[in-house]
Design a protein around this ligand. Structure first.
Ligand code: MFK
Ligand code: FAD
Length: 498
């Protein structure tokens, strides 16, 4: 009789996620958790059922750019995949951005929002990319406080109505540098109509967005990040035509293939300064803060999805007389990955907790310092972890893991971007060093770690406590050594951060 392998299956992604449920039990007040549970369960059901199946069906649909219409007019229209269209409507209805701004869950609103996204996004093919940038733009506009811009854009960015919901782009990277953004060559010129931008943006992911925040150098300004200004740009005018923006091409990428990442020319794009005419990089920092938190949580949900599939498959695949789930070495391999994922998850959600407390105004001084440090640490650590875990997941499926229409290789291809965009591992390691150089940060980390270790000791988790104490001891020794050798500090930044 012919034999056929069984595909992996997913159940309700909330009910099956012991880690998420125990975490929420710990950090959400009981009433709040009870009031959100239906919402979590519904998204868990959609994620493991309808949208997972949709994702597999939608696999070969990719965004398509049409630059010209039949009558010779430049249109630069991008058609996204059917899954992405539905993801946009779902985002608005479920408030996947809005929850953070409505703040109905108080200073747990970020935990609430990221739990929703963690549940559904693994089935939405990186639709999280425009959402992260939309959230980052909303946060930046609110933080910088230009009343007219907030009134214009915020209701759209946080809308729960699909017909009025907007996404935002974040256009920073140019050919001169994605890390060294201070090299930006785009210039801003003022004429009778206002400010207009001229230049090239080399990686712009949310090209279908209705607006973007971007950097440009007002004519006459000095070099570097200080000479840049942060600008608000709407991508199309009231007539639907592009606002002095041309889409040159979509990038042909290793992964994130549903994401329309484009190269743009700005040729007189009308723009509005968001907060003065200098310090663009500093003004963009609150955006990076939010998008890097998204990146960390996205890494966690990607590991979770890979492991959920691998665990299920291990129950179905029989080799050498028993399911893989009964082979001690396979079980040990998955358990190691699971432990790595648990650590990553807790770090990412710690960043989310701190962001929520900062925004709600309930964070202590110590927590504000921690937030600045934990965000790059979470982003860089989880970015690397996810590449490792998804690579092991591919191997856990054997040859099937290497075959595209199982949907498994996509996990690894998509994971690789998480350590590149929003600042590479090295750049974020240097950012973490900068954060640590700020007075009080190391002490805040130390106090926080000691408090957690004491709680873990009380709970009887001795072996784990010893391991963490050893790691902290090494980190302290490294800092002491590093102080003696500044060049060594930079060279060792990644090892230290990880
Ligand atoms: C799945 C979901 C994930 C999300 C998807 C998103 C899709 C992809 C989108 C992108 O990739 S967008 C592009 C992202 N690009 C980056 O993340 C840039 C990476 N490079 C850096 O982060 C560099 O460190 C940086 C450009 C910031 C360095 O530039 P500079 O010119 O050397 O700036 P400097 O002097 O370090 O900082 C300028 C000011 O900003 C300083 O403030 P002051 O003017 O008051 O001194 C800094 O303190 C402040 N600053 C910089 N980084 C900060 C920050 N403040 C707070 N937090 C930070 N992280
Ligand atoms: P480089 O800066 O040239 O880096 C090359 C290498 O040098 C990296 O390994 C880096 O770690 C290392 N390096 C750089 N500086 C240092 C240093 N000081 N010390 C040690 N090592 C260093 N950007 C946007 O603005 N908007 C977008 O929407 C967007 N979407 C993207 C979508 C995708 C799919 C990808 C892949 C990228 C996207 N980016 C976007 C760009 C992304 O943010 C940049 O690619 C990234 O920040 C790295 O910049 P770079 O490509 O110029 O690499």
């Amino acid at each position: 009789m012919s034999f056929f392998q069984e595909p992996p299956r997913l159940g309700n992604q909330y009910d099956e996620d012991v880690l998420l449920r125990s975490y929420l039990e710990r950090v959400l007040p009981p009433d709040l958790k009870a009031s959100l549970e239906d919402e979590f369960r519904e998204l868990g059901e959609l994620s493991g059922g309808y949208f997972y199946e949709f994702q597999l069906r939608d696999r070969l649909n990719e965004p398509e750019l049409t630059q010209w219409n039949a009558w010779g007019q430049r249109v630069d229209h991008i058609e996204v995949s059917p899954l992405w269209k539905e993801a946009e409507a779902l985002t608005a209805r479920r408030g996947l951005v809005a929850v953070a701004y409505e703040r109905k869950s108080g200073d747990r609103s970020r935990v609430h929002q990221f739990a929703l996204n963690y549940l559904i996004q693994p089935s939405l093919d990186i639709y999280s990319c425009p959402l992260a940038m939309t959230d980052g733009a909303a946060r930046t506009l609110v933080s910088l406080g230009d009343k007219a811009l907030v009134e214009r854009a915020l209701p759209h960015l946080t809308s729960r109505d699909p017909s009025t919901f907007w996404t935002s782009g974040q256009w920073m990277t140019e050919r001169t540098g994605g890390s060294d953004v201070g090299l930006t060559q785009t210039v801003a010129r003022r004429d009778a109509e206002g400010w207009k931008l001229y230049g090239t943006k080399w990686f712009t992911s949310a090209t279908t967005a209705q607006m973007a925040l971007t950097l440009a150098r007002p004519e006459g300004n000095g070099e570097g990040g200080k000479g840049l200004a942060l600008f608000y740009v709407e991508t199309r005018g009231a007539d639907g035509r592009m606002n002095g923006i041309q889409i040159n091409r979509l990038k042909d990428k290793l992964g994130t293939r549903k994401v329309p990442t484009a190269e743009l020319t700005l040729d007189g794009a009308r723009a509005v300064p968001v907060a003065g005419l200098t310090d663009g990089i500093r003004n963009m920092a609150s955006m990076l803060n939010v998008t890097r938190t998204w990146n960390a949580v996205a890494s966690a949900w990607m590991m979770r999805r890979g492991l959920a599939l691998a665990r299920d498959y291990a129950k179905r695949r029989v080799q050498f007389g028993a399911p893989l789930a009964q082979k001690p070495l396979h079980v040990d391999t998955l358990a190691g990955l699971e432990a790595e994922f648990h650590g990553g998850f807790l770090l990412a959600f710690r960043a989310a907790e701190l962001l929520g407390r900062m925004e709600a105004g309930t964070a202590t001084e110590e927590e504000l310092l921690l937030q600045r440090l934990v965000t790059p640490l979470a982003k860089l650590t989880l970015g690397r972890q996810t590449v490792h875990v998804t690579s092991e997941v591919v191997e856990g499926f054997g040859g099937a893991g290497y075959v595209e229409d199982t949907g498994v290789p996509r996990l690894l291809a998509d994971a690789q971007v998480l350590s590149i965009w929003e600042g590479t591992t090295n750049v974020l390691s240097l950012d973490a060093l900068r954060a640590m150089a700020k007075g009080g940060t190391l002490e805040a980390l130390d106090v926080d770690a000691r408090r957690r270790l004491a709680a873990a000791k009380d709970a009887g988790l001795r072996p784990g406590v010893v391991a963490v104490e050893e790691a902290l001891g090494k980190a302290r020794a490294w800092v002491m050594e590093a102080m003696k050798d500044p060049a060594g500090v930079e060279a060792g930044a990644r090892r230290f951060a990880l």
